[in-house]
Write a protein that binds this ligand. Structure first.
Ligand code: THU
Length: 141
């Protein structure tokens, strides 16, 4: 475990919060609820759920709901995100679009993929989106 990873001592709380967020999902079309919980660098937890739309393509994933909410609440630095859905027999990762949106705020996120029983697998955004396009390519950072 790296020093950075060792700092994450709120995993259980983060996992619980993403499950509570999943319960808020608005998914009348897919019936596939997803929850996300983001841990900010200063220790706040911001949650999100998927919000679907009758115009299907306007659906917003749980992870993007969470990050947009976090930024709107003044957060720009993040340590980790936990995501969950109702699939019990394997760990499910964020979709590609969400990986890219998270990458906007750094590659060093820890990502916890969780199952409904509360078990989780730890990975990172850089593992999930290698060789990513990022703000650094536009001279930002
Ligand atoms: N979904 C998420 O919320 N996050 C993902 O990373 C993958 C998919 C949502 C979108 C849609 O409401 C439902 O899951 C089925 O695709």
């Amino acid at each position: 475990m790296t020093g950075f990873r060792a700092k994450i001592n709120k995993v259980k709380e983060l996992v619980l919060k993403c499950m509570q967020a999943r319960d808020m999902a608005y998914c009348p079309y897919s019936h596939f609820p997803v929850g996300a919980a983001i841990l900010t660098a200063d220790g706040a937890i911001i949650t999100g759920c998927n919000v679907e739309n009758a115009s299907y393509g306007l659906t917003v994933c749980a992870e993007r709901t969470a990050i947009q909410r976090a930024v709107a609440e003044g957060h720009r630095q993040f340590s980790a995100i936990a995501v969950t859905c109702d699939i019990k027999d394997r760990f499910v990762g964020p979709c590609g679009a969400c990986r890219q949106v998270l990458m906007e705020f750094g590659s060093e996120w820890i990502v916890y993929l969780t199952k409904p029983d509360g078990s989780y697998k730890e990975t990172s955004l850089s593992e999930l989106l290698p060789l990513a396009f990022s703000p650094a390519h536009l001279g930002k950072n």
